[in-house]
Write a protein that binds this ligand. Structure first.
Ligand code: FAD
Length: 1019
């Protein structure tokens, strides 16, 4: 952390200022100030509108000519099934090596689209026609019962699936050709020559997803280095007119994330310096692409290192992309202006709106941030773009502005703005993506003479598709200019509305996008933390470091346990009589207290439970969510009686009541969340509680109980009864117990069940969540990078000590080598260590016994199976490094291995049912994950498996209260699911009070009824 705060200096010793800006301020606070900032001279609006109108007319006039993405997106808008189907198909098809899966994928995607009738059929664009042709043929095959229509359909039927597959793939390739300049830098450079002759500049980009492994990062580095040499060899002119390269930092390092600041500085920066030196040697423009918001501060630290580097001094080609949708964008521009002044050199600054808007909104909601780091209304982004542009233009010549937009109105506004201040009305360039906005820039560049650079992706078509999907998503969106300009039903006037006009008198915030805290209607979402905010992360780390040590907890004796039962029994009537609203309010206060004690609880979770900071925050949030969720459920289910239907003259009232004393036995792996969840549910339902935490984690339990008491739960309504299994057994065996909530091993669950069954007296409920041998399946259509991320998270996060963790991965044989290599490479990047250190990915396992059990299992695996990967472990402490074990047969996995050990098995295409049968035979049914682009397959598999929580194209851990109620079937638990709508009922008795309202001598309500006919009925 200290590294991040180190002051930076230029080679001349001038201090480079630190970047500081609120991560996610409120839209309402920013937009009014931006509106004032872009106030401009009278008449400018008209000039902008008139220029924009000309550009738009040119675009509309050119449509249908050479064909481009715009045509394609217009015809297959994302709002249609066809558009979505095509997008998934495009993304997946070229990755699929085996014919069977290709057929399944084509069938699945194309069956859902009405290709026959898509508007594209009549398009004159060669691109759209060609693609439609291929897809049109395909749909005929998919629906063989449809009446064949025309020659294409008949042809399709005659050709059969293999030809259709080829046709569809060719269509995808065609798309690829449209948006990739060349598969190699050599071919890209020769293809660029024609545009160069017309005065365009280029910035080349190496296609691909971010690096997951150090091998990937090495390959990207080589590709960039080779490209720089090739570009340099053919470059002409002087900067800023010379060509350049765009570099993604996530491609140069497998752990380019804020938590790994020190590694990024030590490992990524030297690579970037080397590339920059090469770019400098050829006097090229090297621009660092802008990525996700949580990486912004990290990227600026990396960038500052380049300014510090003596060997790069005097080079005017270094550049950075800035995203105007980020609320911090104006601060980034100011920082760049200050930094360039300090370094006494020119910087090139590409201003974009930003490519990951949907991801940013989702991430902020998921992470429970106070607000979004991006604007929520499109005109606010447009406005911020203009405000940033104004600052950029004012900072010339220190900053060289590069405006990357496909929006004619934005471009026109820039042109007019540049005419205002000092700095020359042409001292900037526009940028566009290859394959897009050709018509706009034929006008702005070709006719008006403004400089324009083309961002030109280079790489194989296989790598293009993720890029293409981003472009489709971004530009196919309703709010996108490209989408609107190509829709001739949209009047030009509406395209000319300036951002200020769109925002005038209206809220700067989108009313349809709930703030992270408001995404759950009935309750507040738990507050999270963004590790990408240096300030917030540093505050957490400091808070954790300074958290006080807490005293040990003494085990309860059997005598104590009996006394606790006495007290809880006595306390029950009063607690049950407490109105549910009051019980709910108490639980909410307890949840607030837990949320408010984040630092000390994270510290305790790290010290007692070995939880990393990430895991600690997630656990606290889950505990808070449980408290609030069950409070809301108490209001929903217990606040009032339900009147049930019946004959006139009687009343039937249905209500839920607490059962009595509940024993809650919780595990060490979620010592706060599961503990709190069980206790809150039992209390919410009007029970008093004996809470028996795991013997490894009593301190956390004691803290939680103290918070419940402080929030208003009477002392005797919640008693902590710490101790080992004997204490739990004594509580369960007590005849006065009204029910047991248990989370832990299947074995102990069964012992509890037998104890309860062996008792005389009332038969009481057992709510048990037990273990699982959780499987994941990846087929050939899955994106390897996504599989890698999700497998690594599912198998190794929390040192694999989650009951939801993936224990066995079934990977389709055709893609297994590649995928397993990537997964092993990503696992190799994980770091073991002190869980309170933010750079730690994996903390220790819970105790020595756990470590020994895991080591014994690994020793057996080493003898009998193949170890694909063994991570580096630490000698001191209870650490177990991640392992990947390839099994000859899945049957070798005979039990739940509760640690960072992933077992893998290859399955041949066509044998998926065998895999499903194996999963069924385990008898467990807790979590399951599948990675596939074949939508029908995910659904089929979900229906075939008796598993409680199924995750499609994501990881299998971290179930969210209320969104993903958690709990399994079979050997994995009794249900109902924790954090789900049926949970509280299991903690309650049902009661119905039926009253004969005629008993007092007559049915008053019936006889006093007015004469009334059925509405609308005729006599
Ligand atoms: C040469 C070039 C280089 C690029 N490099 C990068 C890069 O390094 N990093 C990067 O992230 N992107 C990059 N992009 C992509 C760029 O972000 C998008 O192309 C751009 O946002 C589209 O803006 P526009 O002005 O062309 O279109 P417009 O249609 O005017 O704007 C669309 C944009 O508005 C924003 N938006 C949409 N809905 C909302 C909403 N409800 N609230 C707030 N904002 C909204 C989004 O940013 C969306 O992309 C680059 C683009 C080009 C042309």
């Amino acid at each position: 952390m200290t590294e991040a705060r180190d002051a930076r200096h230029t080679p001349e010793g001038v201090a480079i200022p630190a970047f500081e800006a609120d991560y996610a301020p409120a839209d309402e606070a920013l937009v009014p100030a931006l509106l004032i900032e872009i106030a401009h001279p009278p008449g400018e609006d008209e000039r902008v509108a008139s220029r924009a109108k000309r550009y738009i007319e040119a675009i509309r006039h050119a449509r249908g000519g050479i064909g481009g993405l715009e045509d394609f997106m217009h015809d297959y808008s994302l709002s249609t099934k066809e558009g979505l189907a095509l997008m998934s198909l495009a993304e997946a098809l070229l990755r699929v090596p085996d014919a069977a899966t290709q057929d399944r994928l084509i069938e699945d995607k194309l069956a859902s689209g009405d290709w026959e009738h898509a508007a594209a059929r009549d398009s004159e664009s060669w691109l759209v026609s060609a693609t439609t042709w291929a897809l049109g043929v395909t749909v005929r095959i998919v629906h063989p019962n449809e009446t064949p229509e025309g020659i294409i359909a008949r042809l399709g039927q005659r050709l059969g699936m293999p030809t259709v597959r080829t046709a569809a793939r060719q269509a995808m390739r065609l798309l690829g050709h449209q948006f990739v300049l060349g598969e190699t830098i050599g071919s890209a450079l020769s293809r660029a020559a024609e545009a160069r002759r017309r005065g365009y500049r280029h910035s080349f980009d190496m296609l691909g997803e971010g690096a997951r492994t150090s091998d990937d990062a090495g390959r990207y580095f080589e590709a960039y280095a080779k490209a720089i040499e090739a570009i340099g060899a053919s470059a002409e002119g002087a900067l800023p007119g010379r060509p350049g390269i765009s570099v993604k930092l996530s491609a140069l390092h497998p752990r380019y994330v804020a938590r790994q600041h020190a590694r990024v500085m030590a490992e990524l920066v030297p690579r970037l310096i080397e590339l920059s030196r090469a770019a400098k040697a050829h006097d090229l423009n090297l621009t660092v692409d802008a990525e996700e918001a949580d990486r912004l501060e990290l990227s600026l630290d990396v960038f500052a290192k380049l300014l510090e580097e003596p060997s790069l001094a005097g080079w005017d080609g270094l550049g950075l992309a800035v995203q105007a949708y980020q609320k911090r964008a104006p601060h980034v521009i100011d920082w760049l202006a200050d930094a360039s002044r300090a370094a006494n050199r020119r910087l090139m600054v590409r201003l974009v709106k930003g490519a990951y808007w949907d991801t940013e909104v989702k991430r902020a909601q998921e992470r429970g941030l106070p607000d979004f780091p991006v604007f929520t209304r499109k005109p606010a982004t447009d406005l911020c773009f203009l405000a940033c542009a104004k600052r950029l233009l004012a900072a010339r010549p220190r900053l060289y502005p590069q405006f990357a937009t496909h929006n004619a109105l934005t471009a026109a506004a820039i042109v007019e703005m540049a005419k205002e201040g000092k700095g020359g009305d042409r001292e900037f360039e526009f940028q566009r993506l290859h394959g897009m906005s050709e018509a706009l820039y034929e006008e702005a560049h070709g006719r008006d003479g403004y400089d324009c650079r083309i961002y030109a992706p280079v790489g194989s078509h296989k790598e293009l598709l993720a890029y293409l999907v981003r472009r489709l998503l971004e530009n196919g969106a309703n709010s996108s200019f490209v989408n609107a300009v190509n829709d001739h039903s949209v009047p030009i006037e509406s395209l000319l509305e300036s951002p200020s006009e769109s925002l005038a008198g209206r809220s700067p915030r989108h009313s349809g996008i709930a703030l992270p805290k408001d995404i759950f209607a009935a309750r507040k979402n738990s507050r999270g933390l963004e590790f990408g905010s240096r300030e917030d992360l540093a505050a957490l780390v400091d808070g954790v470091a300074s958290a006080r040590e807490v005293a040990p907890v003494a085990d309860a004796s059997l005598e104590d346990a009996r006394a606790a039962v006495d007290a809880a029994v006595a306390a029950h009537p009063a607690w049950e009589a407490t109105p549910s609203e009051e019980r709910a309010a108490i639980l909410e206060r307890a949840a607030d207290a837990i949320e408010g004690s984040c630092d000390s609880l994270v510290a305790l979770l790290a010290r007692e439970g070995g939880k990393t900071l990430d895991d600690g925050i997630a656990e606290i949030r889950e505990a808070v969510d449980f408290g609030r969720y069950y409070a809301a459920e108490a209001r929903r289910l217990f606040a009032r009686d339900t009147i049930l239907p019946g004959p006139t003259g009687e009343e039937n009232r249905y209500r839920l009541r607490g059962r009595g004393v509940f024993v809650c036995i919780s595990p060490w792996n979620f010592p706060l969340a599961i503990f709190t969840g069980q206790v809150a549910a039992a209390l919410a339902a009007g029970n008093t509680v004996l809470a028996k935490p795991a013997e490894q984690t009593p301190k956390i339990a004691r803290e939680a109980v103290a918070m419940f008491h402080a929030a208003g739960v009477p002392q005797d309504a919640l008693k902590l009864v710490p101790g080992d299994g004997k204490i739990g057994a004594a509580l369960v065996a007590d005849p006065r117990i009204a029910g047991v909530a248990f989370t832990g091993s299947t074995e102990v669950g069964q012992i509890i069940n037998r104890t309860l069954a062996g008792k005389d007296g009332p038969i009481v409920p057992l709510v048990a969540e037990t273990g699982g041998i959780n499987a994941m399946i990846a087929d050939a259509t899955a994106l390897p990078e996504q599989v890698t991320d999700d497998v690594v998270t599912s198998a190794f996060r929390s040192a694999g000590q989650r009951c939801s963790a993936a224990r066995i991965l079934f990977v389709q044989a055709d893609v297994a080598d590649h995928m397993l290599k990537m997964i092993a490479g990503a696992a190799a990047e994980l770091r073991l260590g002190d869980p309170a250190d933010p750079t730690t990915d994996i903390g220790p396992v819970i105790d020595r016994e756990a470590k020994q059990a895991l080591e014994a299992w690994l020793a057996k695996m080493r003898r009998e199976e193949t170890i694909l990967f063994a991570g580096k472990t630490l000698q001191a402490g209870n650490f177990v490094a991640p392992h990947i074990v390839e099994l000859k047969r899945a049957d070798a996995l005979t039990k739940e291995v509760f640690g960072p050990v992933l077992h893998v098995v290859r399955w041949p295409a066509g044998r998926l049912d065998d895999v499903l049968a194996w999963i069924g035979r385990t008898g467990y049914g807790l979590t399951f994950g599948i990675h596939t682009r074949v939508g029908g397959r995910a659904e089929r598999v979900a229906r075939a498996l008796r598993v409680g929580n199924i995750y499609v194209n994501r990881n299998t851990i971290g179930a969210i209260v209320g969104s993903q109620p958690f709990g399994g079937m079979g050997l994995s638990g009794t249900g109902p699911k924790a954090g789900g709508p049926n949970y509280l009922q299991r903690f309650a008795h049902e009661q119905v009070v039926s009253t004969d309202t005629t008993a007092a001598g007559g049915n008053a309500s019936l006889v006093t009824m007015e004469d009334r006919a059925e509405p609308g009925a005729r006599s």
